[in-house]
Every structure is written in structure tokens, then in C-alpha cells.
Design a protein around this ligand. Structure first.
Ligand code: PEP
Ligand code: MN
Length: 263
């Protein structure tokens, strides 16, 4: 179902009046984690002003350490809904387990499946049952074929609204957090009709490299970007080193729009 041989024309995912996979690049931006109403509103206002069309922020966080901040859960989802009211931005947020699906689906416009859950087949089957777009992140060591098979799980269960997200894969390189696989963009475009967006924040792990990789992703044909933005990155509870300030995000958007206009 995900294959280009099954369906030739590109799939467009509609989120309200946004069309992901259409002619326009869409940028999902916001903090790694929803930390407070003030933090989220500040980030939301800034990314809206700079031209993002979707607000991202985790209320349930898959942290490597059990002692790290785990998210505000339903309170975080409520703040996201308030930020949507305030700015008109659509909401992208992560679902970590099937039991919180009804709650997350009530608030989210797009449900994110994180890299660590790309092959959680039970969770994939669960999101197959809701009629909401799913942002499926590439597994940390997943091949493109495995990733497309995970998309297939969601589609085979009846939900055809899948957006793929390249977020970097494990390699021997350790200067960057992961290795951004830009080649996944043309390969996915060849193999599948689904839209693909790129998350250079988690791929690079360092804010100073996010802008150049964003431009490269757009030049290579990505349908959008996922960018972490925090009003005060040095105080972020999660992923501060890779988060852009509102100012730097503004510059990124200007540069990305120039590249988008040229391709
Ligand atoms: C995130 O988007 O904040 C996140 C946890 O991403 P990933 O699953 O790609 O690590
Ligand atoms: Mn993050």
C-alpha cells in the first residue's frame, strides 16, 4: 500500500487546510517537551511568526534515562490545545503507548510515532484504527525497507495518512548525535508515494548544524521539516543543545524559503 507501484501519484495528507506532500513545504517547530504554558506559548508565538504551520511538543517523552523529565502528560496536551487556539498552528505530539491513544488522539492533529517505537507493531496497529495522520519517524537503526514496512502496518490496518520522518540513523560517527540520511529522501520518493519530512534537530544534535541540513533536505525534495525551537535552549528540560532560539529559527525559515523557491 505504501509502494509507488501500488499508487503512482503522490499522497497529500490534509491537516485542516494544510496539505502535506503538496507543493508547499511545511515546517513543524517547537520545543522537544512541553514544559509549562508560558514556555509553550512563547515558542508557539515565535514559530508562528517565523512561518511554521505546525507546532510540535512532547507531552509524553521517551527519555533514555528514567531519571530525566518524562513530560507533563495530559496537562501538556491541554497546553498544546490552548496554543493551537491561540495561534491557529496544528499540533504534532508523540504517542508512546496504545493505552494513551484515546487521550492523545483527542488533542493531536498529527500523532507522532517516535524512533524507538517504529517497530512497536502493537502500537502501529493501534494508530491504524484512528483516522488521524501519523508522523512515523525512522527507527534509530532501521533500513528504508523496514521503515516502509512499518508504514505498511498502519496502512494495512486502514489508516492511509502516513507521513515519513527521517531523523538520522546510528553510525560510527559520534560528533553528531546521529547521521542524517539525506539519501532517504530521493529513495523514499522513488519507492513510495507517501510524503517525507526531515528532522535535522535529532539527526545532528547540535543547533549550529540544523540550518544547513534543513536547506539540504529541502533542496533534496523533502516535503517539510521538523525543527526543535526553545525560548531559552540553555534551560530546556530536554534536547537543549539541538534547540534553536526563536531568532535563529527566524533566520532558518528565511533561508529555507529561499531554497524552496529555487527548487
Ligand atoms: C522528538 O521528536 O522529540 C523525539 C523524541 O524524536 P525521536 O523519536 O526521533 O528521537
Ligand atoms: Mn527532542
Amino acid at each position: 500500500l505504501a509502494s509507488r507501484t501500488f499508487k503512482e501519484e503522490n499522497t497529500i495528507i490534509r491537516v485542516g487546510d494544510l496539505e502535506i506532500g503538496g507543493n508547499q513545504i511545511h515546517v513543524m517547530a517547537g520545543p522537544c517537551a512541553v514544559e509549562s504554558r508560558e514556555q509553550l506559548f512563547e515558542a508557539a508565538d515565535a514559530v508562528k511568526k517565523a512561518g511554521a504551520t505546525l507546532l510540535r511538543g512532547g507531552a509524553f517523552k521517551p527519555r533514555t534515562s528514567p531519571y530525566s523529565f518524562q513530560g507533563l502528560e495530559e496537562k501538556g496536551l491541554q497546553y498544546l490545545a490552548e496554543a493551537r487556539e491561540r495561534t491557529g498552528l496544528k499540533i504534532v505530539t508523540e504517542l508512546m503507548d496504545a493505552s494513551s491513544l484515546p487521550m492523545v488522539a483527542e488533542y493531536a492533529d498529527i500523532i507522532q510515532i517516535g524512533t524507538r517505537n517504529m517497530q512497536n507493531f502493537f502500537l502501529l496497529r493501534a494508530v491504524a484504527n484512528v483516522q488521524k495522520p501519523v508522523l512515523l519517524k525512522r527507527g534509530i537503526s532501521a533500513t528504508i525497507e523496514e521503515w516502509l514496512m512499518s508504514a505498511e502496518y498502519i496502512m494495512a490496518g486502514g489508516n492511509y495518512q502516513v507521513i515519513l520522518c527521517e531523523r538520522g540513523i546510528r553510525s560510527y560517527e559520534s560528533y553528531t548525535r546521529n547521521t542524517l540520511d539525506l539519501s532517504a529522501i530521493p529513495v523514499i520518493k522513488h519507492l513510495s508515494h507517501l510524503p517525507i519530512i526531515v528532522d535535522p534537530s535529532h539527526a545532528l544534535g547540535k543547533w549550529r548544524f540544523v540550518s544547513s541540513m534543513s536547506k539540504a533536505a529541502v533542496a533534496a525534495g523533502a516535503d517539510g521539516l521538523l525543527i526543535e525551537v526553545h525560548p531559552n535552549p540553555s534551560e530546556a528540560l530536554c534536547d537543549g543543545p539541538q534547540s534553536l532560539t526563536p531568532n535563529n529559527f527566524g533566520s532558518l525559515m528565511t533561508e529555507v524559503q529561499q531554497v524552496a523557491g529555487a527548487v
